[in-house]
Design a protein around this ligand. Structure first.
Ligand SMILES: Nc1ncnc2c1ncn2[C@@H]1O[C@H](COP(=O)(O)OP(=O)(O)OP(=O)(O)O)[C@@H](O)[C@H]1O
Length: 573
């Protein structure tokens, strides 16, 4: 039977005893047997649990073969500690799990140098390098037989040691207490550098390090350190615990950037991922169960269906129900396109999508309810008028919403005052994505949409167009806000369209208009789309103008009772 070095099961122990197995496999079995014997002899409670020997064998097999080869069998209880730590670390709340103990570290050395360099160093020159014969104050490190320790000893001292154990036995040995810290956590890139910097942070010097990864993604890292008084093990434990909690908090803040504002970036640990993975249960969070919707009054009708006021989970909502007779393959495609766009949209100046019912023929789109109705109704049904400061506030709201849509490659294509809605706080938001489309990469869009009076010439002419078509429409909206009139009111929509395309017809700007506002209108409705400004520029121009004409701060406006439309009834609901 072929046995994988690190994953063979408990049942493989018999097979391993065969001499046909590789040497390190046999050694692993020998170490396991010796550790088990010592644990049983020492009467450790765990050893009496049923199946303990199998679990211990599993422990050896979770770890690479060198773990068994390096571990000091005289320190069988350390193997139990490793097993316990690995188990403890399975709960993320305990990561990293750690253990600290004092160890007696032996090394060859110049007695004068050594004693003088550290007063805690205890000369032990009489003892041999065999741990069992030595009467050190503390037990040796778990991986005391490691070649690293010997190399460390050789490097530290000027004695020339010719040949391993025999030469060393005649060499003076010195010992001193240090701490052994063992960590266990989920294995991840840069974990070692994270742990070593944690140890350095609290002033410890690493004298030895042993790192192991388990086959199931955990780590076991053992450090022998100095730099902390050997009698103060409990203090070291609590400082380590504090440092670990600090690291965890920083990791949490990094994953929750809002909480991280104001933190010193340099104290963050580099090894955390750039972006956390959000778990998904595979359901579409925006799918609304129709049974949860309560319909109230009908607010209006559009070309694709009726709009109702209603509630969804006690929240006031607008429910656009698509007419079943209008549901066909093309309409379903448009509908899914609309949901595709809406679900990603989140901006204060864009009507908030809440969810959709997508089970034909019951198709509906649920959005926040805009209690104060449309700007169109305000101007043309209620004969409302905007003074310049409030006009600028509405214009800034709309241009911010449009800027957001364009930043997300969305062209509205039907921007007009009927699609600008106001909520109870007098915030104006862009609505009705019934015909909005994600811009194709080529930028070519051919479908005829919108209403002629607000439509850019290139759209009327069925030419390819881009986001600048919305800027043209916005220019017409600004004029409408300024004058309170319907654009080209003396013309039919078709006559207006012909005039716009063939005669570069534009609404007449009143002579009394603020010159910079008039200039903005003209730039927005330029025949050549490339000459029209971007919404990001429009926002700035309008904000500067608002400052100049002494517009109240936006927040003040929200708080004012009656708002800036006082004296006029706003809304139709
Ligand atoms: N979220 C909303 N909250 C409140 N009223 C809304 C909301 N959305 C639309 N309305 C109002 O409901 C009515 C119908 O709107 P709808 O978007 O269905 O059609 P339309 O925009 O008038 O026409 P079309 O869809 O053909 O362009 C309009 O009076 C509009 O102002």
């Amino acid at each position: 039977m072929a046995i994988d070095e690190d994953v063979e099961s408990c049942g493989s122990r018999a097979a391993l005893s065969s001499h046909a197995q590789p040497r390190h496999q046999r050694q692993k079995l020998e170490v396991y047997n010796e550790v088990l014997r010592r644990i049983q002899q020492s009467n450790f409670e765990e050893a009496n649990l049923p199946g303990f020997d199998d679990q211990l064998w599993l422990h050896f097999n979770r770890l690479p073969a060198r773990y068994a080869l390096d571990v000091n069998v005289e320190r069988a209880e350390d193997v139990l500690t490793h097993k316990r730590l690995l188990q403890f670390a399975e709960d993320p709340a305990n990561q990293p799990a750690f253990e600290v103990r004092t160890v007696q570290v032996y090394h060859v050395g110049n007695s004068v140098d050594s004693v003088h360099s550290d007063s805690s160093m205890i000369e032990d020159a009489q003892s041999s390098f065999n741990y069992s014969n030595r009467q050190g104050i503390h037990p040796p490190p778990t991986f005391g037989s490691s070649p690293n320790l010997e190399a460390f000893a050789l490097q530290e001292n000027r004695y020339h040691v010719e040949d391993g154990g025999s030469a060393m036995s005649s060499t003076p040995f010195f010992s001193r207490p240090m701490h052994e810290i063992t960590f266990s956590t989920v294995d991840k890139p840069k974990l070692l550098s994270q742990l070593t910097s944690l140890l350095a942070e609290i002033g410890l010097n690493i004298q030895e390090a042993h790192a192991f990864s388990t086959v199931d993604g955990f780590s076991l890292d053992v450090f022998v350190v100095d730099g902390w008084h050997y009698e103060e093990t409990e203090e070291l434990k609590s400082v380590l615990q504090k440092e670990i909690s600090k690291l965890k908090e920083q990791s949490w803040s990094k994953q929750h950037p809002i909480a991280a504002i104001g933190e010193d970036n340099q104290t963050r640990n580099e090894s955390f991922p750039d972006c956390i993975e959000i778990p998904t249960d595979g359901t579409d969070v925006w799918e609304i169960d129709t049974r949860q919707l309560k319909f109230e009054n009908k607010v209006g009708s559009g070309s694709f269906g009726d709009l109702y006021r209603g509630t969804y989970c006690s929240q006031e909502v607008a429910i656009k129900v698509l007419k079943p007779e209008r549901v066909n393959a093309e309409m379903l495609r448009d509908f899914s396109q609309e949901v595709y766009i809406l679900r990603k949209i989140r901006h204060k100046n864009v009507v908030q999508f809440i969810g959709a019912c997508t089970k034909p023929p019951n198709l509906c789109i649920v959005t926040e309810f805009m209690s104060r109705g449309s700007v169109y109704d305000f101007l043309h049904k209620h004969r409302g008028v905007f003074k310049l400061p409030s006009l600028l506030k509405v214009a800034i709201d709309v241009s911010k919403g449009m800027n957001y849509l364009h930043q997300n490659n969305i062209i509205h294509r039907d921007l007009k005052t009927a699609n600008l809605l106001m909520d109870e706080h007098e915030v104006v938001k862009v609505a009705d994505f019934g015909v909005a489309r994600v811009q194709t990469q080529s930028g070519v869009m051919t479908a005829e949409t919108g209403t002629y009076r607000w439509m850019a010439p290139e759209v009327i002419e069925h030419k390819p167009y881009d986001h600048k078509a919305d800027v043209f429409s916005f220019g017409i909206v600004l004029w409408e806000l300024l004058t309170g009139q319907l654009p080209y009111s003396s013309l039919t929509p078709l006559q207006a369209a012909v005039g716009v395309v063939q005669k570069a017809l534009r609404p007449t700007i009143p002579k009394t208009t603020h010159p910079r506002f008039a200039e903005l209108l003209e730039r927005c409705w330029q025949q050549d789309p490339t000459q029209r400004p971007h919404f990001s520029d429009i926002v700035k121009i309008l904000q500067n103008l608002a400052k100049e004409v002494g517009t109240e701060g936006e927040d003040q406006r929200r708080d004012k009772s009656g708002g800036f439309f006082s004296g006029l009834r706003w809304g139709h609901h």
